[in-house]
Design a protein around this ligand. Structure first.
Ligand code: NAI
Length: 485
């Protein structure tokens, strides 16, 4: 029985490269049954802000697999990227990108004889990608960066499991916990918690700026890296550059129920419709999908045919030896088809037998899954940060706020752009028209109402932009200190 998957060809070069890849799959007799679904530009243009048809949503949720070409998100129409939405809505929490030196694709590293073989696992749902942003004064934009314990645990566990499966000995966590002590700090803490379950794998962490420097000077050090979303996004494009560009970078978005396989490049509108696009990245993503579905034999045969073709110097216009004529998309796919069964001289995959194929989804969840790491944590309110709009000097604002203070609170500090400016600070710190006033409890136990009443009282003398509770969880501070505090 064939395995059914949903296929969205995408926009721009999407249909050309998807047709090329499916032709290669069919030539190798891969037992897949495709349901083509409508998503992307045409559907946005028709006025549907979700960018997909109900039939597309139904098919993807039914089969659990979406193989997709690149899609265009219309600019300036207030719609969210279909690519990001799809990853978030279906909780494909791990974005896996494999970066391997490809013989025939010349880079500074291949010329220097440095072999690259690494996998980046990027958290795919959280971080700044929630897009929760507000202008809280006319001059000040604020974005929420969300890192959660269950979300971090999911992706970190995936990275360790993947490393174990592939026999890798070391997993690095990239982060910026030295600056973002609570958000990246939580990601890092979770990393070492999960690592305890994998004693056979060495766990190490590296600050992301140091990581970037080492990736360009010694990329051979790294095998598996796991990172939060935004840092993972940037670092994985850096790694694509190490192996020859986005045209050679596959991407798998893995979730427990639904997974999405796609190329990481865009719709390349400049070359769309010309039959000259390079289908390699989509083909490599398709090969990861075949492995994921259990078609390991087909995956190895097709990967070997691709590597053999690259070794022969056959190339599309965007890479390879400029002194030899380039093949168009159709001819490049034809060459791979003609090379099915051949092996590259260097590297190459073992022709493993097919595993038992992952069957299509056989259950439908009845409700959204709620994840909570420790339900019985003791929480306590320690105070509140009120973010207010003001052009007063720090001392004047502190005096004004004191006029509305009640006995349950004291003002401990004011900060501006995260830097403490009252009770101590420097006259050289430049200000913007938005302050944080930190109130801490005096003796009493605080309730939510106490905090909101205080906010209401303060709002009588200054505009309150937002209210952030200061919490303590099992005795541990749940808020950061200001710089200089
Ligand atoms: P792009 O990746 O489409 O193009 C950048 C450059 O790379 C262009 O010169 C293009 O010709 C070239 N290129 C890309 N893929 C190629 C291929 N397979 N073969 C040969 N050359 C290739 O990036 P751009 O121009 O920033 O974005 C264009 C559109 O794609 C936008 O609407 C964007 O939203 C969308 N996009 C979609 C993605 C997805 O569906 N996952 C990812 C990135 C962008």
């Amino acid at each position: 029985m064939k395995t059914k998957i949903a296929v969205a060809k995408g926009d721009g070069i999407g249909p050309e490269i998807m047709d090329a890849v499916l032709r290669i799959f069919n030539a190798n007799d891969v037992q897949l049954d495709y349901e083509f679904v409508e998503m992307g530009k045409s559907y946005f243009d028709a006025g549907h802000s979700t960018g997909m048809t109900d039939q597309a949503k139904e098919a993807i949720e039914k089969y659990g697999i979406l193989f997709k070409g690149p899609m265009e998100t219309p600019k300036g129409k207030g719609v969210k990227s279909i690519n990001v939405t799809a990853r978030k809505v279906w909780n494909t929490y791990a974005n896996q990108r494999d970066f391997k030196t490809l013989n025939g694709v010349e880079t500074v590293f291949s010329k220097a004889g440095i072999k690259i073989d690494m996998t980046i696992v990027r958290e795919n749902i959280e971080d700044t990608y929630g897009g929760i942003e507000h202008m809280i004064t006319n001059d000040v934009a604020v974005g929420r960066r969300i890192i959660t314990r269950p979300g971090s645990a999911q992706v970190i566990k995936y990275a360790f499991e993947m490393a174990k499966r592939k026999g890798y000995k070391k997993v690095f966590c990239g982060h910026k916990a030295n600056i973002m002590k609570l958000t990246d700090g939580l990601f890092l803490e979770t990393f070492y918690d999960i690592a305890k379950n994998y004693p056979e794998i060495q766990a190490s962490d590296i600050i992301v700026d140091d990581l970037c420097m080492k990736l360009v000077s010694h990329p051979e050090i790294f095998q598996v890296l796991v990172l939060p979303n935004l840092q993972g996004d940037i670092v994985s494009d850096l790694c694509a550059g190490l192996i020859g560009g986005l045209g050679f970078a596959p991407s798998a978005n893995i979730g427990d129920n639904i997974s999405i396989f796609e190329a990481v490049h865009g719709t390349a509108p400049d070359i769309a419709g010309k039959n000259i696009a390079n289908p390699t990245a989509l083909l490599l993503s398709g090969i990861s999908m075949l492995r994921y579905l259990g078609f390991t034999g087909h995956a190895a045969t097709i990967e070997n045919a691709l590597l053999y073709t690259l070794e022969q110097g056959i190339h599309t216009g965007d890479f390879g030896n400029r002194s030899t004529p380039s093949a168009n998309t159709t001819a490049f796919a034809d060459a791979i088809i003609a090379n099915l069964g051949k092996h590259p001289a260097i590297g190459g995959a073992f022709a493993q037998p097919n595993f038992e194929c992952k069957t299509n989804m056989d259950f439908e969840p009845a409700k959204n899954k709620m994840t909570e790491s420790e339900p019985n944590v003791k929480t306590e309110i320690a105070g509140v940060d009120l973010f207010v709009e003001s052009t007063l000097q720090p001392k004047e604002l502190a005096e004004l706020a004191k006029t509305k203070l009640n006995e349950k609170f004291q003002i401990v500090m004011l900060s501006n752009r995260g830097t403490q400016v009252w009770p101590t600070g420097s006259i050289y710190t430049e200000l913007v028209n938005q302050y944080r006033i930190r109130f801490e409890k005096t003796h009493t136990t605080l309730t939510q109402k106490d905090v909101l009443h205080l906010a209401a009282d303060i709002s009588e003398v200054v505009r309150v932009c937002s209210v952030e509770f200061l919490m303590i969880f099992d005795g541990k501070l749940g808020y950061s200190l200001a710089q200089g505090q």
